[in-house]
Design a protein around this ligand. Structure first.
Ligand SMILES: [Zn+2]
Length: 152
């Protein structure tokens, strides 16, 4: 089987208005205004996780609903805790540049002697030409083509 995996960076936006109505729908007692930056990002993640496919469409850039100017502004908080997501809180009333996200392809190596793990960006390199930076031990490949989402 030749299954094709496409790693695409999808930009999902949850606008403040969408957050407000999601918050209201869940009938929380707290005022929306009292939510911290971290709580806003968690709320957005929850909204996306609970969204149906059609609801998700209203969050995707380049699908007719959300426009690029809704993510232009100053990033005032971010959450990197999940390696598969990069979450940013953007204040569109402040000036700033939209962030660029890239996918890096990397090779994961580990030292047979001390277990030290490292990543290198040249995924074509022969690991026997390298030594463990810690103790000079022999390196072997553990994961091929580890991908890392990188923010510029
Ligand atoms: Zn080592």
């Amino acid at each position: 089987m030749k299954n094709v995996l496409i790693n695409k960076i999808v930009e999902i936006v949850v606008t403040e208005n969408q957050l407000r109505s999601f918050w209201k729908k869940h009938g929380e007692d707290l005022e929306f205004e009292t939510l911290s930056n971290e709580q806003l990002m968690k709320l957005a993640m929850r909204e996306i996780q609970e969204a149906s496919l059609t609801e998700l469409d209203s969050h995707l850039i380049d699908r007719g609903w959300r426009t690029r100017d809704e993510i232009e502004g100053k990033m005032i908080a971010e959450d990197n805790s999940n390696p598969r997501y990069h979450v940013e809180l953007i204040d569109t009333d402040q000036k700033g540049n939209p962030s660029k996200i890239l996918i890096d392809r990397m090779l994961e190596l580990h030292c047979e002697d001390c277990g030290f793990e490292l990543y290198i960006q040249d995924s074509d390199i022969d690991p026997s030409s390298l030594k463990c930076p810690k103790d000079g031990g022999k390196l072997t490949i553990t994961g091929t083509n580890a991908k890392k989402i990188n923010k510029n």
